[in-house]
Write a new protein. Structure first.
Length: 258
């Protein structure tokens, strides 16, 4: 059963070249334009500013409390980048297909790498420790960690893009205090994006083939919509969801009524 999203679907922004990772701030939305190699900032009124360009397949994005923009490039020799006051700095390089990046409540940077499509042997969760990336957990790349989010409960929630190819795990939960990884959400095929709320729950995930789901604190998922084209990421801002629809080159805004 499809839950009630006040199904007002608005094309918030169109004509994009491979829209992918999203991050919601107080003033608008940051987005990765993967094919064009750009980072854009879009205000709530739809005004667009180019933040950075000349990147290689930027996919995951987040912003730290002090305003630094973190981006990963999804290539076989990808990079974790920091954009600060218009300057692009490399934090880590030679990474096999990084896809997601987030910052936890302590200011630690987490990101994912790997994926069978990129020919990587393993898919891994990383944390930046003293300025250097350290692997926290790895699985065979058939699991393909994609996007991730840090919740207020201290846990890291990681999308498994290849759910449906092996097993049925769409989202894993990683506990940094015990280094344990457990299945959290099942039944969503090709989990590509995750959008956390301020308290952590509910959060929202996307299935690459065109679905959006809400997830509660017990890991139960509710299908909200399945009418999209190929989609990548989802973020929450107020009572709206914003979805990057790669298939049409659009950002879609949906109004929540719960």
């Amino acid at each position: 059963m499809v839950a009630s999203l006040c199904l007002i679907s608005i094309s918030f922004l169109t004509g994009l070249h491979g829209p992918d990772g999203l991050y919601a701030s107080s003033g608008g939305i940051y987005l990765c334009e993967e094919t064009a190699g750009r980072i854009l900032f879009v205000t709530c009124e739809g005004d667009v500013t180019v933040v950075a360009e000349g990147l290689f397949s930027p996919e995951g994005i987040c912003v730290t409390e002090d305003g630094r923009i973190l981006v990963v490039e999804d290539t076989k020799s990808g990079r974790l980048l920091e954009i600060n006051n218009g300057f692009v700095n490399e934090i880590a390089g030679d990474l096999c297909c990084p896809e997601g990046v987030t910052v936890d409540a302590y200011g630690d940077i987490w990101f994912t790498t790997g994926g069978i499509e990129g020919g990587c042997l393993f898919t891994s969760l990383w944390r930046v420790v003293n300025g250097k990336p350290v692997v926290e957990y790895s699985l065979p790349s058939v699991f393909s960690f994609s996007d991730l989010g840090a919740a207020e409960d201290g846990m890291i929630y990681i999308c498994s893009e290849s759910s449906g190819i092996i097993g049925d795990v769409a989202v894993f939960r990683f506990d940094p205090s015990t280094s344990s990884l457990i299945p959290f959400v099942t039944g969503v095929t090709a989990c590509e994006g995750i959008g956390m709320t301020e308290k952590g729950f509910p959060f929202y995930i996307t299935g690459e083939s065109g679905s959006v789901h809400k997830v509660d604190s017990a890991g139960r998922s509710t299908l909200l919509d399945h009418s999209f084209s190929t989609i990548e990421d989802v973020v929450v801002r107020g009572n709206h969801l914003f979805v990057s629809e790669d298939g049409t080159g659009s950002i879609i805004r949906l109004e929540l009524n719960d």
